[in-house]
Ligand binder design. Structure first.
Ligand code: PGA
Length: 250
């Protein structure tokens, strides 16, 4: 049985004071759920204070990326051990905004996934096609390439720790959601690809989140689909009320 994982990706929003307020509100409203996992991914500047705000609740902490080196002269970067030390258990890797604006490639995704695993962090590896790729009928081919590249030479045991997030780029922050059927079909394709790369047993255990304009209004039907194991939420994760409703999907 796969446990649903609902993650809030706060992106570059919230000062530290705002982050504390949001985290406290979520902890109060959704901090005692035991049948699903709730994860907050604030900016680096608030990891420590959000970690304090969610103490003694079931809410977990994650970061939005990491560098693959342990330490060194890499101005502006943050390493896996630094994230571990402030209480992170997860890290988002390969988000489409990192791919689009900061030069992330399948190769750097692979390096980050390996680094995360080696420092005891659970990677949430993001994949998803652009609108032009979907319209050209290449959505599955692109996602397959991202999976094969991102998971290159990762062992069977390590694969059991990786979460995949399917985020069609055209649905991120646009208000357009993939229909639950389309999303479920892609999730099925992703699971099939993991089965080919690893085994059907590993694929059956892999958590595959959906992301892209997940909202209180559409979360229930998305989560009802057999291959959708949770959500990676951007905009709607920035308010206690909307995120709490999403987390409490029926
Ligand atoms: P959105 O973002 O929910 O605002 O579409 C999702 C994401 O980018 O993770």
């Amino acid at each position: 049985m796969r446990r649903k994982l609902i993650a809030g990706n706060w992106k570059m929003y919230k000062t530290d004071a705002e982050a504390i307020e949001l985290a406290r509100g979520i902890a109060r409203e959704a901090g005692n759920l035991t049948d699903r996992d709730v994860l907050l991914c604030p900016p680096f500047t608030s990891l420590k204070s959000v970690n304090e705000a969610i103490q003694r609740t079931s809410v977990k902490l994650g970061a939005q990326t990491l560098h693959w080196e342990k330490e060194g002269a890499f101005t502006g970067m943050i390493s896996g051990p630094m994230l571990k030390a402030v209480g992170c258990s997860y890290v988002i890797i390969g988000h489409s905004e990192q791919r689009q604006y900061f030069g992330e490639t399948n190769e750097t995704v692979n390096k980050r996934v390996k680094a995360a695993l080696s420092y005891g962090l659970l990677p949430i590896m993001c994949v998803g096609e652009l609108l032009a790729e979907r319209e050209a009928g290449r959505a599955e081919a692109v996602v397959k390439e991202q999976l094969e590249g991102g998971l290159k030479s990762i062992s069977q045991d390590d694969m059991k720790k990786i979460v995949i997030a399917y985020e069609p780029v055209w649905a991120i922050g646009t208000g357009k959601t993939a229909t639950p059927e389309d999303a479920d079909n892609m999730h099925k394709f992703i699971r099939g690809t993991v089965a080919k790369l690893y085994s059907s047993e590993i694929a059956e255990g892999t958590i595959i989140q959906y992301g892209g304009s997940v909202k209180p209004e559409n979360v229930d039907e998305l989560m009802a689909r057999p291959n959708i194991d949770g959500a990676l939420v951007g905009g709607a994760a920035l308010k206690v009320e909307s995120f709490t409703r999403i987390v409490r999907f029926k």
